[in-house]
Write a protein that binds this ligand. Structure first.
Ligand code: FE
Ligand code: ZN
Ligand code: FE
Ligand code: FE
Length: 187
């Protein structure tokens, strides 16, 4: 036990903050808002490509609808920035860039059809889960900072992201993964 503690301590080194680092929860909150704004804008551009490469009508509808929802989320974020008196400027989200790249990688690795559809669902769900984690945190930060109106707005988006995740799960279980498995069997 004591041994483990010492080992852990040895391995950890503290990261020195940059001179521009956020001090205080409010700055961290604004920073995270900029991150998710960048992410949502990137998704508005990336999602149509996913829909275009899908085969299942269910999946195409689900993604198309989420594009419209995502556009609304960008507008909602702009409103949030307005309420807190900050400029709605995005800041590159490395995670979302990576998740989108993974999705594009799946397109390159699969032929159009049920297997690609299954891959698109997998990539999309990773994206939705990242968003759910992000908005969950943002709601908590907003509440802690006493920004009730902002917390309510962010909660609306959180609910939409959870719904998108459920819809994707349903489209996967309904037909797509089954078809993908059949495809494998039948070659
Ligand atoms: Fe979103
Ligand atoms: Zn991010
Ligand atoms: Fe991130
Ligand atoms: Fe989403």
């Amino acid at each position: 036990m004591k041994n483990t503690e010492t080992t852990t301590k040895k391995r950890q080194s503290k990261t020195k903050a940059k001179s521009t680092a956020a001090d205080g929860l409010r700055e961290l909150f604004v920073d995270q808002l900029k991150d998710i704004l960048w992410a949502e804008r990137a998704l508005v551009k990336a999602l149509p490509k996913m829909a275009k490469n899908s085969t299942s009508p269910n999946l195409i509808t689900a993604i198309d609808e989420h594009v419209t929802v995502t556009e609304g989320q960008v507008e909602r974020l702009q409103k949030v920035f307005e309420i807190i008196g900050e400029t709605a400027r995005g800041k590159k989200c490395e995670a979302m860039e990576g998740l989108i790249k993974e999705g594009e990688g799946i397109l390159q690795d699969t032929e159009q059809g049920p297997v690609r559809d299954a891959g698109i669902i997998a990539a999309s769900q990773k994206i939705e889960h990242y968003e759910i984690a992000s908005y969950g945190t943002l709601v908590a930060f907003a509440q802690t900072l006493g920004e009730e109106e902002v917390a309510d707005l962010l909660m609306e988006t959180l609910t939409e992201e959870k719904q998108a995740d459920v819809t994707l799960t349903e489209s996967a279980y309904n037909t797509i993964n089954f078809d993908a498995a059949n495809d494998e069997i039948l070659g």
